[in-house]
Design a protein around this ligand. Structure first.
Ligand code: NAP
Length: 281
């Protein structure tokens, strides 16, 4: 297969860095991006091209980055919207600014970066846009309303985009990972907002203890996860002969969760079908 050109956002750690190493090992061209270039000089040493890219930049600045990126190898085949962070805190404690910041990175960042690349993909009549969602896009979770909300919205936007552009030869893949051992839960990358409302204290204290305790012992290996995502996009390995799916659930934990959610939805439909039916004018 001819080498592909991939551009990845948020490559200073975790999945982003894992993508870069896996793709380089397969002989592909990689444009690794990060908001702080000095954090990814190691990826340049490993053979990637590097570019500064903060996903919360203005659409104009993102367009300029796209021009610079396309100029490096003459085209981009796959865009991976990977950058993200998680805000932990209750729905009620979070300020409008907290909500905005979470959505600016996890949702509007991915949307704006994708919009900036779409003219290039349409001109080429080809392209894959990967969106890294989360298990948090499957069900609401206490103290994770902001993160869940951003990833649910991202899922809906990405599915809709696929329907709009598939006839142009462009496809989206939404990856919903479970717990992977990255820097996501590291106190430097995560925003933990303690509650100011005593009613929530037991819930918040209990949940924060669980999430802080999970840092560094998450079951998933990001390098293996990145390999499976790359296989899925390329139709290689376990994905050989299969059509690109719209959604990839990544990790045994999220697969179990997705099955339980699907079963619970069927149960809910059975119990409430009568009250939700026979309502036509
Ligand atoms: N690990 C998991 O268990 C898990 C589960 C489900 C979903 N995910 C998703 O996977 C994606 C990657 O996260 P990760 O787990 O690999 O965590 P990570 O190691 O913390 O990596 C997150 C990356 O996003 C970057 N980033 C944050 N804000 C950015 C911005 N405004 N512009 C550009 N880059 C930015 C960070 O860069 P800086 O160094 O500049 O901060 C970092 O490189 C995220 O979308 C996350 O929500 C992870």
């Amino acid at each position: 297969m001819t080498p592909q050109v991939w551009l990845i956002t948020g490559t200073s750690s975790g999945f982003g860095a894992a993508f870069v190493h896996s793709l380089l090992a397969r002989g592909d061209k990689v444009i690794a991006t990060a908001r702080t270039l000095s954090k990814i000089s190691n990826l340049k040493d490993a053979g990637a091209s590097i570019l500064q890219l903060d996903v919360t930049s203005s659409p104009k600045a993102l367009q300029k980055t796209v021009q610079e990126a396309v100029a490096i190898y003459g085209r981009i085949d796959v865009l991976v919207n990977n950058a993200g962070y998680s805000h932990f805190g209750t729905f009620e404690d979070a300020t409008p600014k907290d909500w905005q910041s979470q959505f600016d990175t996890n949702l509007f960042g991915a949307i704006n970066v994708s919009r900036a690349f779409l003219p290039h993909f349409r001109a080429n009549k080809a392209g894959v846009i990967v969106f890294i969602g989360s298990a948090a896009a499957l069900c609401g979770m206490p103290t994770l309303a902001l993160y869940c909300g951003s990833k649910w919205a991202l899922t809906g936007a990405a599915e809709s985009l696929n329907e709009e552009v598939k006839s142009f030869g462009i496809h989206t893949l939404i990856v919903q990972p479970g717990f992977f051992r990255t820097e996501l839960l590291n106190a430097n990358n995560t925003t933990y907002v303690e509650t100011k409302i005593s009613d929530y204290e037991p819930l918040v204290n209990g949940n924060f203890e669980i999430f802080r305790g999970a840092n560094g012992v998450q079951p998933g290996d990001p390098r293996k996860g990145a390999e499976r995502i790359i296989d899925t996009v390329k139709g290689e390995g376990l994905a050989k002969g299969k059509k690109l799916p719209q959604t990839l659930y990544l990790g045994s934990d999220v697969i179990d969760q997705a099955k339980k959610r699907a079963e619970a939805t069927l149960e809910l439909l059975k119990e409430w079908e009568e009250i939700g039916s026979n309502l036509d004018v």
